[in-house]
Design a protein around this ligand. Structure first.
Ligand code: ADP
Ligand code: NI
Length: 213
């Protein structure tokens, strides 16, 4: 492993230390590991995939407090680690295209960025994805499920981020859309399995909600 990746691992560990939930470091670590696994199958550049995955959330607007678009934390880390300007620009451009933004249209340009995006999205699926969704909804004081509320679709980023919808709605607004948005064959394979698990979970959730056993 290169010293850049080693330093980035140290950096994100320290960076997410102050996060009260403590979850985002482990999210980043999972994304890094999954991205590496996909990169091997897809013959992507491992170092580039790794650095994009490790830095993809260090400027998240939920943590940083600005709109998250300056990417100042990623830029500072890369500059301090003597990464060339060209490479910094490429890495930051790919990071800025990773997030979901309500409509799934955001897409990195390179195989490496696409691989990191797939790994990030895989972490929103399966058992961990379900846990993350309820943890997020809970942290915002949102209801799990309100049976009479229709599922709204958001086409712009601001409305998507500012809504106060239930966590079950989020499954339909984002999670169930992710599998068809995967960029790489390997991620699609993993996503299909995790998506099946979510569908089974929803089935069981509504069965219990409706008082059946
Ligand atoms: P990521 O870090 O994977 O790009 P986000 O920062 O958008 O994702 O969200 C972090 C986690 O919280 C994800 O697992 C996502 O599915 C979940 N999440 C985001 N928005 C909501 C919401 N409105 N309700 C429930 N869970 C959400
Ligand atoms: Ni993420």
């Amino acid at each position: 492993m290169s010293s850049l990746i080693n330093n980035a691992l140290e950096f994100v560990k320290e960076f997410f230390k102050n996060d009260t939930s403590g979850h985002d470091y482990y999210h980043t670590l999972r994304v890094y590991k999954t991205a590496n696994k996909i990169a091997e199958k897809e013959n992507a550049n491992i170092e580039l995939v790794s650095i994009i995955a490790l830095l993809h959330d260090v400027d998240d607007c939920k943590l940083v407090g600005d709109d998250g678009k300056s990417l100042k934390n990623a830029k500072k880390f890369l500059t301090e680690n003597n990464v060339s300007l060209d490479k910094i620009q490429l890495i930051c451009s790919e990071i800025s295209k990773i997030s979901f933004n309500g409509n799934g249209e955001n897409c990195p340009d390179t195989l490496e960025g696409k691989t990191a995006q797939d790994a990030d999205r895989l972490d929103a699926l399966g058992a961990i994805g379900i846990a993350r969704a309820f943890a997020y909804g809970g942290s915002k004081g949102r209801a799990m499920h309100l049976p009479d509320t229709p599922i709204k679709e958001y086409t712009n980023e601001k409305d998507y981020h500012n809504n106060n919808d239930t966590t079950i709605n989020h499954f339909y607004q984002k999670l169930l859309k992710l599998t068809s948005l995967m960029n790489t064959t390997e991620a699609k394979r993993i996503a299909e399995k995790r998506n099946e698990f979510i569908l089974e979970y929803l089935n069981e959730f509504f069965t219990e909600w409706n008082g059946k056993d």
